[in-house]
Design a protein around this ligand. Sequence first.
Ligand code: ATP
Ligand code: MG
Length: 207
Amino acid sequence: MNNQIRTIGLMGGTFDPIHYGHLVTAEAARCEFNLDRVIFVPSGHPPHKESMRITDPRHRFLMTLLAITTNPCFEISREEMDRPGPSFTVDTVKSFLELYGPEVKLYFITGADAILEILTWKNVEKLMGSCYFIAATRPGYQLEELQDCLQDLPQKYLDRIFSLTVPAMAISSTDIRYRVANNRTIKYLLPETVEQYIYKNKLYTVF
Ligand code: ATP
Ligand code: MG
């Protein structure tokens, strides 16, 4: 598609709502791993959140769009939102490889907590063979801890997982939703445009 693009970071998530934890992580990954761009991929139907109430994809897409506009290297994709059925990472990675060509290097950016669920993901071996992973960890968290949990994976796959220390790990969408429902401030946890969007559309009034 675009010959100049060699390395892409994919930031998957529910983004319900997007917050500075996601944005700081994406930007740190871009800088540390020399990514040409980071593409945010809001999930349509996350398999691990099936039983939970999730905000309409339209709102989650627009909030993510509002959050990334000031970074010229950030983009958003409807890939998972437009695909019917559960959003499996292996399918998402396959679509992006088809779109950008097999020579592009894809880094899937995720929190360390999320990568620990990796063994439960669909086609984990295929997934590990088709992209690299950047696992965001709290300062002081060792990659060895992560590797202990992933020890059933062959070394060739472990070699594809990199860790990245991120200072804003304590922020979570769950906490933001809880705060809104309880009339607590969410200022400085997420971009102001997203904060205004939440209030204007009366999102998260019930936790
Ligand atoms: P929820 O509380 O609803 O689970 P969340 O804050 O974890 O939401 P998600 O949309 O589930 O946000 O996360 C998308 C990705 O971002 C996941 O890989 C997750 O591990 C990672 N992530 C979430 N919060 C942070 C944070 N504060 N810093 C770095 N990465 C994060
Ligand atoms: Mg989460």
